[in-house]
Design a binder for this molecule. Structure first.
Ligand code: 5AD
Ligand code: SF4
Length: 483
């Protein structure tokens, strides 16, 4: 397939480079007249894969499309523009995306005006972009994580000049404030506090796909939180690949602990944050979580491995012992805190003994929840070049053992809630059984419950009758609206 001269293709080597150069902030976003009405009478559909950062990006894409007068569509078949916001963190996430793009071929055959766009982290990967160029002609637009704000102009070109356009920048550009946003939730909202990651864990593609660490200013974040509070939002989640690094790239005298305290003082009812790295998790952060009632007692603390040598090969900057020390400190200083984690099994040449150390840590920490993965080599990362003689069957076996182990503790933990009352922020009727409701406890436990006169966004006291591994069942006791 011929590469057109105005296409911009990704370059992982360039994406890896870091400079100290200050990142410009752009506060102004305005649509030019030639793009403002191109969505009139047309619909869009956005499909989102991967993490919360992607979910939040999709809300910006939707916001921009709304501003161009498009309307949301409930299915890709009825849409004029379909955007697939992709994840590159593991091979199976990529396969799901390609499966969806493949399915859309039929829709494109019936409607040649349809614009199918692929964006997000996969678009930052060289090999993948070439695969799409060669094998998926139905994809007419590709853009990456650094130029979402150019969507109007890119769409205009694809729609009116019938072009196929690929515009993927490898380096982060400006930090954009005030991009339009169409929030998908009415009660819970994502708030970006920083973009990118500079940790370069050896298995991880994220520092290449999302660029260097760039913090938003505290003023902008607080402005957004206050607006959300005034709009009636009950819960916000502060987002960053590694929130502990917040503010370090700004020549400011504040850090994540200061931000947490300031956000808590807005008195928005519930605050969460994602994700914190065990390496620079400060005492001041622990103090802030312990001090403010509206910072939820829940910490996601990715461990990745319980073996110090593997952690070293992963570039994680902590040992099994120091993880334990931090874990204990968080448990001891924050009453009732729940801790979840991420674990990778089958890192290149992980031995039985090293895997056993991971199990030992799970037995010690008894996590409330674990997200477990088989290591997936990502082209361009250092780990992808490491020798790996562990067969996939062995890795799958380890994953099953690990899951069995943590499931046991998750159930044990949840059992401790039986007979107790927890405050639940209601998401709405349960999808599985619409006669019941579902929501989350402060510790991020999923609670399904029965009750009357309840709606999404309410805070409800729920008496827990039965604990399960991944959720709990109960009944509403009283109705404390807006507390
Ligand atoms: N293979 C498997 N899991 C990975 N993760 C990140 N990169 C990889 C990879 N190459 C996991 C880590 C991280 C979570 C978001 O995804 O556990 O914390
Ligand atoms: Fe990836 Fe490590 Fe950065 Fe997390 S901290 S996004 S695992 S490089």
């Amino acid at each position: 397939m011929k590469i057109k001269s105005d296409w911009i293709l990704p370059d992982l080597k360039a994406a890896q480079k870091r400079t100290k150069k200050a990142v410009p902030y752009i506060n102004h976003f305005e649509l030019e007249d030639y793009v403002r009405y191109i969505g009139k009478g047309k619909k869009y559909y956005i499909s989102t894969f991967g993490c919360q950062a992607n979910q939040r990006d999709s809300e910006t894409l939707a916001g921009i499309l709304d501003a161009m007068n498009f309307e949301p569509s409930e299915s890709p078949e009825k849409a004029d523009v379909v955007l697939i916001n992709t994840c590159a963190v593991r091979q199976n996430a990529e396969e799901k995306v390609l499966g969806q793009v493949g399915n859309l071929k039929r829709v494109y055959r019936e409607n040649k005006d349809l614009v199918i766009g692929v964006c997000g982290c996969m678009a930052q990967e060289e090999k993948l972009v070439h695969t799409i160029i060669d094998k998926y002609p139905q994809v007419r637009l590709m853009f990456g994580t650094h130029n979402i704000q150019d969507l109007p102009n890119m769409l205009y070109k694809v729609m009116y000049q019938h072009e196929r356009l690929i515009q993927i920048y490898s380096k982060e550009g400006e930090v954009y404030e005030n991009l339009p946003v169409h929030r998908f939730g009415n009660n819970k909202a994502w708030v970006n506090i920083m973009y990118g990651c500079d940790k370069f864990c050896t298995y991880c593609i994220v520092p290449y796909t999302r660029g260097k660490e760039r913090s938003r200013t505290m003023d902008e974040i607080l402005k957004e939180v206050n607006e959300l509070k005034n709009d009636g939002y009950k819960e916000i989640t502060l987002l960053g690949q590694n929130v502990n690094a917040y503010g370090k790239d700004l020549s400011a005298d504040y850090d994540f602990a200061t931000l947490l305290a300031k956000v808590a003082e807005t008195e928005i009812p519930r605050i969460r944050f994602m994700t914190s790295h065990p390496w620079d998790f400060s005492d001041a952060m622990i103090d802030a979580i312990a001090k403010y009632d509206n910072i939820m007692p829940f910490v996601h603390l990715p461990m990745q491995s319980g073996d110090t040598d593997v952690l070293k090969k992963m570039g994680r900057r902590y040992t099994a012992e120091s993880y334990k020390t931090l874990f204990d400190k968080i448990k001891n200083r924050i009453p009732g805190v729940a801790i979840s984690t991420d674990i990778i099994v089958g890192f290149p040449n992980e031995t039985d003994e090293q895997f056993q150390h991971t199990l030992d840590m799970v037995n010690y920490c008894k996590f409330d929840n674990c997200f477990t993965f088989i290591y997936s080599p990502r082209e361009g990362t250092p780990a992808a070049k490491m020798e790996d003689t562990i067969p996939m069957e062995e890795k799958s076996k380890r994953l099953a053992i690990l899951n069995q182990t943590w499931n046991k503790y998750a159930l044990e933990k949840n059992k401790q809630y039986e007979g107790k009352v927890v405050k639940v922020l209601v998401d709405g009727p349960s999808k599985k059984d619409p006669s019941t409701f579902t929501g989350y406890s402060p510790e991020n436990k999923i609670i399904n419950f029965t009750g009357e006169n309840i709606k999404a966004g309410d805070f409800v006291d729920v008496y827990i009758e039965r604990a399960k591994t991944f959720s709990m069942d109960g009944k509403a006791l009283c109705y404390n609206k807006n507390k």
